[in-house]
Design a protein around this ligand. Structure first.
Ligand code: SAH
Ligand code: SF4
Ligand code: F3S
Length: 438
């Protein structure tokens, strides 16, 4: 057996792709290792969303280069979104890299590795689109409790700051029967949770024949599989309609959790981001969720320091976080990306100003998350236990259906079980409780 070490950056899509890479490589007798310096094959599965993620790739490459100096047979491969974008430039810049492969041809990884093993010439293979027939790829999952299941690839929007459409291509939905088969076999293998994945899961099925929507898929999974929990990530507010919300409500296994990125709380900024909605439209979506599922948790993504964002506009984002009461927010300062229109706009916000806005926003997000968590005090909640906490083996950690992290003390290892916990402490990022019923 040979060994592979994979470092994964970026979103759940990349994490899922890494699991497929491990499945594909197992077919040519590679098994995973935690030790980069002993591995025969080193892979970086990269993310291009912000410059900071690209910079991480460069520092890892330096490290991998040193390993290769001592062990010249080591194969170094770069995949993921930076590879898709930069292609052969990566080999020019880092001549010790052996393979560059994109996001559309994961299925070719075993052949590329075998080719590299035999002739040691640099290989660059980037495809502009996914294969016509979406291949069903083998997979080795990182968790035996919770599984990612891709349902839609790519993105058809063109937000003016975002590189994703460029590196992930056009939207392609996976047919319902394939998804159902996968979820059923996960339930049979005792998985407790699936997260349906895509850049725009709320757009699921619009190009399938017959046309379906995410709600149809969720209801189908609910009826035809015994998986206890269904989640979905990440949705675009424009495609989130009442039918989807009603399907979540009608499906007992679907979790009361909606991640719907708004990006900014200001209408002029949203227009210049080309998001295709305004703040009122978003408010209506939140009202619809809360009308049908009052205890749903709602989380979002926010960008500060978009080019031309005035201080007053930034403060509109702050006000919106208070007004909506987001359970949590992923926040980022704007990073100019290649191929995106806003990268060339003149009114870029200085770095220090972006950082100051980000710090301010993060403080508000913490305060608002804390407020959202307070009603959980003295409530009984259902927890899917992920396992012992990393620092304390007699402390279990898990999540509520609303995706809140809950820690509780237990001498039993309850990993993979769904238990009842009484919450007796609340914090901004986690809850603490006592086991009621295992
Ligand atoms: N499809 C999802 C988002 C996918 S990208 C949506 O439309 O909402 C994940 C997050 O990265 C985005 O929600 C956004 O907040 C952030 N992001 C994308 N491009 C960025 C950029 N240029 N600078 C900073 N953050 C960015
Ligand atoms: Fe990027 Fe916009 Fe597509 Fe989301 S919807 S992936 S932010 S282009
Ligand atoms: Fe990054 Fe690619 Fe995901 S750019 S956020 S890894 S789709």
């Amino acid at each position: 057996m040979k060994t592979v070490f994979i470092e994964t950056f970026g979103c759940q899509m990349n994490k899922s792709d890494t699991e497929h890479m491990l499945g594909l490589l197992a077919e040519i007798s590679y098994k995973t290792t935690d030790s980069a310096k002993d591995a025969d094959l080193l892979i970086l599965n990269t993310c291009a969303i912000r410059q900071a993620s690209v910079d991480k790739l460069y520092s890892y490459l330096g490290y991998f280069g040193k390993i290769k100096t001592k062990k010249p047979d080591t194969i170094i491969a770069i995949g993921g979104c930076v590879a898709q974008d930069a292609g052969s430039d990566l080999i020019k810049r880092f001549p010790y890299v052996d393979i560059v492969f994109g996001t559309h041809n994961l299925n070719r990884l075993p052949e590329l590795v075998l080719e590299s093993q035999s002739n040691r010439q640099p290989i660059v293979e980037i495809e502009q689109a996914l294969p016509e027939d979406l291949p069903e790829l083998p997979i080795i999952r990182q968790s035996d409790i919770s599984a990612y299941v891709s349902i839609i690839y790519g993105c058809d929007y063109n937000c003016t700051y975002c590189i994703v459409p460029y590196v992930r291509g056009r939207e392609r939905s996976r047919p319902i029967p394939q998804i159902i088969d996968e979820v059923r076999s996960l339930a049979d293998s005792n998985y407790k949770e699936v997260t349906l994945l895509g850049q725009n899961v709320t757009a699921y099925g619009h190009e399938l024949d017959p046309k379906v929507h995410l709600g149809n898929l969720i209801e189908c999974i609910g009826k035809e599989s015994a998986i206890p929990r269904i989640r979905f990530l990440t949705g675009h507010p424009r495609d989130l309609n009442e039918e989807i919300i009603k399907s979540v409500k009608a499906t007992p296994n679907a979790c009361e959790y909606f991640h719907i990125p708004i990006q900014a709380g200001d209408n002029r900024t949203l227009r210049r981001m080309a998001r295709g909605y305004n703040v009122d439209f978003y408010r209506q979506k939140v009202d619809l969720i809360r009308k049908h599922i009052p205890n749903a948790s709602i989380t979002t993504d926010l960008i500060v320091g978009f080019p031309g964002e005035t201080e007053a506009e930034f403060l509109n984002t702050i006000k919106l976080v208070y007004e909506i009461g987001f359970d949590s927010c992923n926040t980022a300062s704007y990073s100019p990306r290649p191929h995106t229109p806003s990268a060339n706009w003149e009114d870029q916000i200085p770095f220090e100003e972006k950082m100051e806005r980000l710090r301010y926003l993060n403080n508000v997000v913490t305060e608002v998350s804390f407020t959202c968590n307070k009603p959980y005090l003295n409530q009984k909640v259902e927890i899917l236990v992920e396992g012992p906490s990393a620092r304390n083996p007699s402390r279990m950690t898990g999540r509520t259906r609303t995706n809140k992290v809950v820690n509780f003390d237990s001498d039993l290892n309850l990993k993979g079980q769904i238990v009842e916990v009484m919450i007796d402490e609340v914090h901004p990022w986690a809850l603490k409780g006592s086991l009621v019923k295992a």
